[in-house]
Design a protein around this ligand. Structure first.
Ligand SMILES: C[S@@+](CC[C@H](N)C(=O)[O-])C[C@H]1O[C@@H](n2cnc3c(N)ncnc32)[C@H](O)[C@@H]1O
Length: 268
């Protein structure tokens, strides 16, 4: 019989397989504002990838970050557990395949992770994916073996404090001598990990499962496995960014970070 985590992992896989086409169409070659404004500038600066370095792209989706890294001259091994998304990634790579190795692999499975090769990677990257994984403990346990000494792991998350599955976007009007419209976020769950179904894209055929964890969960998991944190950026949309929907993330929430990017480094 499958454990609860295995069941949730299976449901997650089925959702990503079903949603792959819509996801690929939405992200395209260049990604959306969330990626380009919030994630990529901080990922690129914290990863600081050198040409010819070997980077592991974890849960690469349709290969958005994989292509950027390959364009910067890196060798990239990229994986995702959705075979459909890896097919889209292969198509989008087209003639840039030579420095990229794309694989179908489950990040919750230690032996699959070990098959990537020990001591092979200068750095690992994971954009907006750890909260999509039913279990991140195997990944944090195995990553120190896959990385070279003092290797780095850079990952982005929807900000666990402000942008989790319990978050509600609120707009209110107040009068303090002038009429003001105030945008805020209300959060009702944070401390205890939980999972909840949700829609990353409004038109996706099947809800996916979000795995919400407090910040201390991620940080302590890193510390227990030999990492320190040596880079950290909280990312909010600049106030001039147009709203995607009236209450969606955009410039109205410029004081609230929708994402964060962390760099962890092995101490040995
Ligand atoms: C929000 S998408 C991000 C994709 C990509 N990193 C990007 O920036 O476009 C999350 C990805 O996590 C993948 N994923 C979730 N659980 C996984 C697992 N256990 N192993 C590998 N990939 C997984 C999904 O298939 C999906 O492609």
């Amino acid at each position: 019989m499958m454990s609860k985590k295995e069941n949730l992992n299976q449901e997650t896989l089925e959702a990503w397989e079903a949603n792959a086409e819509v996801w690929d169409a939405r992200m395209g070659d260049e990604g959306n504002d969330f990626f380009n404004i919030l994630c990529w500038p901080a990922l690129a600066s914290l990863l600081d990838p050198k040409p010819d370095s070997h980077i592991l792209d974890i849960a690469c989706g349709n290969g958005l970050t994989t292509r950027r890294l390959a364009e910067m001259g890196c060798s990239v091994t990229a994986f995702d557990f959705s075979a459909n998304l890896i097919e889209y990634a292969k198509k989008r790579l087209a003639d840039r395949q030579s420095k990229v190795d794309l694989r179908v692999l489950d990040a919750t499975n230690e032996s699959q992770l070990l098959s990537l090769g020990e001591g092979k990677f200068d750095s690992a990257l994971s954009n907006m994916a750890l909260f999509d994984m039913a279990d991140i403990e195997p990944l944090f346990r195995i990553l120190p073996k896959l990385l070279k000494p003092n290797g780095t792991f850079v990952f982005s998350l929807t900000h666990p404090c402000f942008n989790n599955a319990s978050s509600m976007h609120v707009v209110e009007e107040m009068d303090d001598g002038e009429i003001k419209t105030v945008y805020s976020v209300k959060v009702s769950r944070y401390m205890n990990p939980y999972s909840q179904r949700g829609l990353a894209l409004r038109n996706q055929p099947k809800p996916q499962v979000y795995f919400e964890r407090p910040l201390q969960y991620y940080l302590n998991l890193g510390f227990q496995n030999g990492f320190v944190v040596d880079g950290f950026e909280e990312r909010a949309f600049p106030s001039e960014t147009p709203q995607s929907t009236p209450l969606g993330w955009g410039g109205k929430f410029s004081e609230i970070p929708a994402a964060l990017v962390v760099r962890m480094r092995l101490t040995k």
